[in-house]
Design a binder for this molecule. Structure first.
Ligand code: C5P
Length: 401
């Protein structure tokens, strides 16, 4: 999907990050999108209507009770004549007003009156973001189908550090394209069932302790979201992660590898299986039913037993999905190992990535992968995990065309 000819309504809230929205508007115009903007009173403290008007090459709407605006373009029409409404920065206040359905200024009225998809890019102080009130509002908005991009973690304008930075412009652009595609794009995987594993597994040592790993679930969840956006019915089987549920997917939460396998087998038949989970290779053989105590006989000795290989099991299953895709995370000779792994696991494709320390792949937003298939090896450029997910889904759509 390209942005050319797409109509976007950008609601600019009152946050220090509003200046980044000027760049966003410029990039959208560069790509041929038609942009209208609504500037809240608080937003106007950070960017001027003139800048927005110059960059969007369109009138800027600020006032619910402007006779001129209402006669030219009523607020209801403004809310409907768009393919997508984007709120950036989405402040804690704007999110709260959206969640409670208020309509006390032009922005909130437009958001209440719109019948179009809405994408928000939150930005605020870390404590405001983490406050249960904001998190509850976020959950409400997500549940109503509002798409969310960011916030990112890092230094905040207020001097504190944490989650709350407005997502970067390229990331917001990517989210705009995915949200538009989800609502308006072709549905090449309509009628297909896709099974995705994501996140780590937790293997019990005793009732309170586990062996875990650092997988964030970002890649698997992004793939599930992209498959759903392409029209597939998606079952996402995930270990414990902080990632929010991707919209439009059935999410099954498990802890151990054995539970993940059971959930996957119960979800069959499927047309597509994508194993992106970082499954623990071993579990504790002598896991205790009771919490292990510090005793006089020193540290407990754990013994391990191999976990089932979910990818290999699905690839050799009586109900094998037509396309089975695995991941390879390696720190050396990445492609060579992936080629061998594809054969050993019996899967069709392997997405191989280099997770050497310093690449930041584990837990990070970006990755560089090679697609290994029976036909050869295709290097993909370094990209956001959400972009890798989209590209993978494009390739999958090619198989099911
Ligand atoms: O063997 P390795 O762990 O490197 O293989 C990685 C691939 O296999 C990933 O796709 C992962 O999701 C999958 N896998 C699995 N079950 C396991 C181990 C790995 O599905 N027990």
């Amino acid at each position: 999907m390209t942005l050319a000819g797409r109509r976007l309504l950008i609601i600019v809230g009152g946050g220090i990050a509003a200046y980044k929205v000027l760049e966003l508007v410029r990039r959208l115009r560069d790509q041929g999108a038609a942009v209208r903007t609504v500037l809240t009173a608080a937003g106007a403290q950070f960017v001027t209507p003139l800048s927005l008007q110059a960059l969007s090459e369109n009138k800027v709407y600020t006032d619910l009770f402007s006779l001129t605006d209402e006669s030219e373009m009523g607020h209801i029409r403004l809310s409907r004549e768009a393919d997508l409404v984007v709120v950036a920065p989405a402040t804690a206040d704007l999110m709260a007003r959206m969640a409670t359905g208020q309509a006390n200024d032009l922005a909130s009225t437009v958001l209440l009156a719109t019948d179009k998809p809405v994408l928000i890019a939150p930005s605020m102080n870390v404590m405001m973001w983490q406050h249960p009130a904001t998190q509850a509002n976020l959950a409400t908005l997500r549940q109503r189908g509002v798409a969310v991009v960011g916030p990112a973690a890092g230094d905040l304008a207020c001097g504190e550090v944490g989650s709350g930075r407005l997502a970067e412009v390229p990331e917001i652009l990517t989210a705009i394209v995915s949200t538009l595609t989800a609502h308006h794009g072709p549905k090449p995987l309509a009628g297909r069932h896709a099974l995705v594993t994501s996140g780590p597994t937790w293997e019990a040592i005793d009732p309170v302790r586990v062996i875990a790993n650092r997988s964030s679930g970002k890649q698997g969840h992004a793939i599930a979201a992209a498959l759903a956006a392409a029209g597939a019915r998606v079952t996402l089987v995930t270990g414990p992660v902080a990632e929010p549920d991707p919209p439009g997917c059935t999410v099954l939460r498990i802890e151990s590898a054995r539970d993940m396998l059971a959930a996957c087998e119960a979800a069959l038949p499927a047309d597509i299986a994508i194993c992106a989970a970082a499954v623990a290779d071993w579990r504790v053989a002598n896991a205790s039913d009771q919490k292990l105590k510090k005793g006089s006989d020193g540290a407990p000795v754990l013994s391990f037993v191999a976990n089932p290989d979910i990818l290999a099991t699905l690839a050799r299953h009586a109900q094998r999905p037509r396309l089975v895709v695995g991941f390879a995370a390696e720190t050396e000779r990445v492609v060579e190992h992936a080629i061998e792994k594809r054969q050993r696991k019996g899967c069709d494709w392997i997405l191989a990535n280099d997770v050497s320390p310093g690449t930041g792949v584990f837990g990070g937003d970006r990755t560089t992968v090679h697609l290994v298939t029976a036909d050869g090896v295709e290097p993909w450029p370094s990209a956001l995990k959400v972009e890798v997910a989209r590209r993978l889904v494009d390739a999958i759509a090619g198989v099911f065309r």
